[in-house]
Design a protein around this ligand. Structure first.
Ligand code: PBG
Length: 327
């Protein structure tokens, strides 16, 4: 028997395996999502996301500093709004004195090099728990009517110091409208990371627990994508490119690696993957049962996002992964 091509030669030792490794995950690829709440009572753990907290401003600042020290250079902020401040018009979203704006300013002030990504959607502020305004007669989630407040949010966040605007409502013409509003207000260097292919997914449950933001009625299927579709993601990609997105995101991540790969074959823009709350919760739960090795699995899945074509990953594992990469 003559075997001339032996792929195992390259797998013989750690040194060889590392030398020929095609992708690896680095601290600079990680974006840490953080939940910010009204103070003052420090931090409280989210039941369905062990190890992840809602922080008041003071606790948030400490966490951001720790992340920065570990080499994480971008945080993505989500606000937890008190129920009595929610209303159908989501007015708290454009309160210049609200905790969200305060946090952006405070981080920029104390850590100017930390990149801040901010969320532009109504769900944290809406008493309806939807990402857009709701017509209460018909139950419809309104597309065009929601644009004005979203543009106001984006400009306010940019003025506070946000580096990256993340329109997360998955409705039409968000990127174009926000891009125009930012240009008109003089924020021409503010980036937009579009939630380009965001699926109507069952993996968002723990996030909605964290914000208490689940829809009061209905679901999000008239705006988020059907998980049976891939070509539709390319249509979304074309729109976002035309409308001026700087980074395009696929969300959730693990069940959608094919979409990340598809994007990598169709765009020259950087691609982000969002390793969402439900994916985090599943790994945490299985690890707690002793059924999987959490650290090894996290390294494997984060590497897989890179292999599929993502340049960066939003992940609740960011801090843990950074700690281990620093070891
Ligand atoms: C809503 C939003 C969601 C997430 C980020 N922004 C949930 C949703 O669409 O209902 C989910 C993130 C996660 O699950 O980690 N604008």
């Amino acid at each position: 028997m003559e075997i001339l091509s032996r792929n195992r030669r390259l797998r013989k030792s750690d040194a060889l395996r590392q030398m020929v490794r095609e992708t690896s995950i680095n601290t600079s690829d990680l974006i840490a999502p953080l939940f910010l709440k009204e103070g003052p009572n420090g931090k409280e753990e989210i039941t369905s996301m062990p190890g992840i907290y809602r922080y008041d401003l003071k606790a948030l600042m400490q966490e951001v500093q720790e992340l920065y020290n570990l080499g994480i250079k971008c945080v993505s902020l989500f606000p937890v709004i008190d129920e009595n401040k929610k209303n159908p018009n989501a007015m708290e979203s454009i309160n210049p004195e609200g905790i969200y704006q305060l946090a952006i300013k405070e981080i920029k002030h104390s850590l100017p090099e930390m990149l801040i990504m901010t969320d532009v959607a109504l769900d944290p502020y809406s008493s309806d728990g939807h990402d857009g305004l709701v017509d209460h007669k018909t139950g419809q989630i309104l597309n065009d009517e929601t644009l004005e407040i979203l543009c106001q949010m984006a400009v306010l966040q940019a003025a506070s110091g946000s580096d990256i605007i993340g329109p997360s409502d998955m409705m039409d013409y968000r990127v174009g409208a926000i891009r125009k509003a930012l240009e008109a207000a003089g924020y021409k260097d503010t980036l937009i990371m579009s939630y380009t292919a965001k699926y109507a997914s069952n993996f968002y449950g723990p996030f909605r627990d964290a914000l208490n933001s689940a829809p009061k009625k209905g679901d999000k299927k008239t705006y988020q994508m059907d998980y049976g579709n891939a070509s539709e993601a390319l249509r979304e990609l074309q729109n976002d490119e035309r409308e001026g997105a700087d980074i395009v995101m696929v969300k959730p991540g693990l069940a959608y690696l094919d979409i990340i790969k598809l994007f990598s074959e169709h765009t020259c823009l950087p691609i982000a993957a969002y390793n969402v709350s439900g994916e985090y919760a599943m790994i945490k739960a299985a690890a707690k049962m002793g059924w999987i090795d959490e650290n090894k699995i996290v390294h494997e899945i984060l590497t897989a996002f890179k292999r599929a074509g993502a340049s960066m990953v939003l992940t609740y594992f960011a801090k843990d992964m950074a700690k281990r990469l620093n070891e």
